[in-house]
Design a protein around this ligand. Structure first.
Ligand code: FAD
Ligand code: UDP
Length: 380
C-alpha cells in the first residue's frame, strides 16, 4: 500500500515525492509514461558527448530564496546569465529591447533618458491592456512590435498577439538601460551536473519507488494507494469531458557541428525569418568544454506532446470548467499541465512546495480550488 501515487516525474511530481517521503515519511510511488525522470527539464549526453535538453532549452532563474534554497539541497550550481539576440532587419540585436538595441537598429547614440523619450514618441495609447499586442504597442509602438513580436508570436502560438493574454508578451520587458540579460532575477544558475542528476538526488529516498514507461491508466487498478497527485494534462484526467484544452507543442531539431561554437550567444531569436522561432547552443548554458557543439532549432506546432498552455480568454474559461471538477476530486492537481498555467520551473517548484505545506497542515481539502502560487516574475 502506497500513501501517494504521483503521476508525472517532472518538477511538480518530484518535489512532492521528495517532501512527502523525506519530511512526512510517506510511501510514494511516482510513475511517468516516458522512459526517464525530470519531465520537460530532462537532460542527457548526446552521441557526441554534449549535454543537451531533450525538450528545449531550460534556463533556471528565480526571485524566490525558498525555491533556490530548496533545490540547492540536491545540486550545486553554475552561475549563468542568459543572453539572447534577435535577428531582425539584417542585424543581431539584444532582446529584451534595450538602449543598445535601439542605438544599433537606428544608428543613434541615445542615453537612457533619451531612449525613454524615444519610446514615448513611438508608443500607442491603449485604453485597457488586455492582449499581448496591447502590452508591446503601449511600451514601444507598432514598428518595434512588428520587428520583434508579431512574427515570433505568430510562429510560436499560431495566433496574432492580439489573440493572446497580456501575460504572454509581458514575460519580455522593455529596458532603457544597457542590461542585455534575458532575465534579471536574483538567482540565475544552472544545476552544475545537469537537471537529471538533480532529480535523481531528489528521488533517491528509500520510501520512493519509481516506475517509468507507465501511463497511469495501465496501473491504476493494480496498485493500492491512498491518494493520487496528478501532474499531467488536466483535460486528459477527466477524459476530455468538456473537450480538449489547447496546448502548443514543438518539434526540436538537434544538430551537432564539428566546430567549437556556432553562434554568438546562448539563444538567437528569429522573429521574422524561417519556420523556427529560435536556435539555442547548449554549451553556453552548461559551460561544457568540448571540441564539437550541439544546437537546437524549435519548430512550434499544434499537435504532439503538450508543452505550453495557451493563455487566452476562451481557454481560461474552459480550464475553469475542469478546475471545478478538480475541486470536487480527491486527486490533487499540481504543475504546468495539471493547472493549465504558463509556469516557469521555479513557479512549479513553488506551487508544489505550497501544496506540500497544505498537506502537512492537514489543510488539503481545498487544494484544487483556485490557483495556489504567484511568485513574481521580473517584468521590470
Ligand atoms: P512536466 O515537466 O511536463 O512533467 C509532467 C510529467 O507527467 C511528464 O514527464 C509526463 O510524461 C508525465 N505524464 C503526463 N501524463 C501522464 C500519464 N497519463 N501517465 C504518466 N505520466 C504522465 N522553465 C523555466 O523556468 N526556464 C526555461 O528556460 C524554460 N524553458 C522551457 C522551454 C520549453 C520548450 C518548454 C516546453 C518549457 C520550458 N520551461 C522553462 C517550463 C518548464 O518546462 C516547466 O515549468 C516545468 O518543466 C513543468 O514541470 P511539471 O512537473 O509541471 O510538468
Ligand atoms: N516573444 C516575441 N519575440 C521574442 C521573444 C518573445 O514575440 O523575441 C513573445 C512570444 O509570444 C513568446 C513570449 O513572448 O512566446 C514569451 O517569450 P519567452 O522567451 O518567455 O518564451 P518561452 O521561453 O517560454 O518559450
Amino acid at each position: 500500500m502506497f500513501d501517494y501515487l504521483i503521476v508525472g516525474a517532472g518538477f511538480a511530481g518530484c518535489v512532492l515525492a521528495e517532501r512527502l517521503a523525506a519530511v512526512e515519511g510517506k510511501k510514494v510511488l511516482i510513475i511517468d509514461k516516458r522512459n526517464h525522470i525530470a519531465g520537460n527539464a530532462y537532460d542527457f549526453y548526446d552521441e557526441a558527448g554534449i549535454l543537451i535538453h531533450k525538450y528545449g532549452p531550460h534556463i533556471f532563474h528565480t526571485n524566490s530564496p525558498d525555491v533556490f534554497n530548496y533545490l540547492s539541497k540536491f545540486t550545486a550550481w553554475r552561475n549563468y546569465q542568459h543572453k539572447v539576440l534577435a535577428h531582425t532587419h539584417g542585424q543581431y540585436v539584444p532582446i529584451p529591447i534595450n538602449l543598445n538595441t535601439i542605438n544599433s537598429l537606428y544608428g543613434m547614440n541615445l542615453n537612457s533618458s533619451e531612449v525613454s523619450d524615444f519610446f514615448s514618441s513611438l508608443k500607442e495609447e491603449v485604453p485597457q491592456v488586455k492582449t499581448s499586442e496591447d502590452v508591446v504597442v503601449k511600451a514601444v509602438g507598432r514598428e518595434l512590435y512588428e520587428m520583434f513580436f508579431k512574427g515570433y508570436t505568430k510562429k510560436q502560438w499560431d495566433l496574432d498577439p492580439s489573440e493572446l493574454d497580456a501575460s504572454v508578451a509581458s514575460r519580455v520587458p522593455t529596458r532603457t538601460n544597457k542590461d542585455d540579460r534575458y532575465f534579471t532575477d536574483t538567482y540565475q544558475a544552472m544545476p552544475l551536473y545537469g537537471y537529471t542528476k538533480m532529480f535523481e538526488k531528489m528521488l533517491s529516498h528509500p520510501n520512493i519507488k519509481i516506475m517509468l514507461n507507465t501511463g497511469y491508466h495501465e496501473i491504476i487498478d493494480e496498485i493500492n494507494f491512498r491518494r493520487m497527485i496528478f501532474t499531467g494534462p488536466v483535460d486528459e484526467y477527466f477524459d476530455f469531458c468538456y473537450g480538449k484544452l489547447p496546448y502548443r507543442s514543438i518539434d526540436f531539431k538537434f544538430e551537432t557541428l564539428d566546430q567549437k561554437t556556432y553562434q554568438r550567444t546562448g539563444t538567437i531569436n528569429y522573429p521574422n525569418d524561417y519556420d523556427f522561432t529560435r536556435i539555442t547552443e547548449f554549451k553556453y548554458l552548461t559551460g561544457q568544454k568540448h571540441k564539437k557543439t550541439t544546437v537546437v532549432y524549435e519548430f512550434p506546432k499544434s499537435d504532439g506532446d503538450p508543452y505550453y498552455p495557451i493563455p487566452r480568454p476562451e481557454n481560461n474559461e474552459l480550464y475553469k470548467r475542469y478546475q471545478a471538477l478538480a475541486a470536487q476530486s480527491e486527486t490533487i492537481f499540481v504543475g504546468r499541465l495539471a493547472t493549465y498555467k504558463y509556469y516557469n520551473m521555479d513557479q512549479v517548484v513553488a506551487q508544489a512546495l505550497s501544496v506540500f505545506k497544505k498537506i502537512k497542515q492537514g489543510n488539503d481539502l481545498n487544494l484544487n480550488r483556485g490557483s495556489v502560487i504567484n511568485i513574481s516574475q521580473d517584468n521590470e
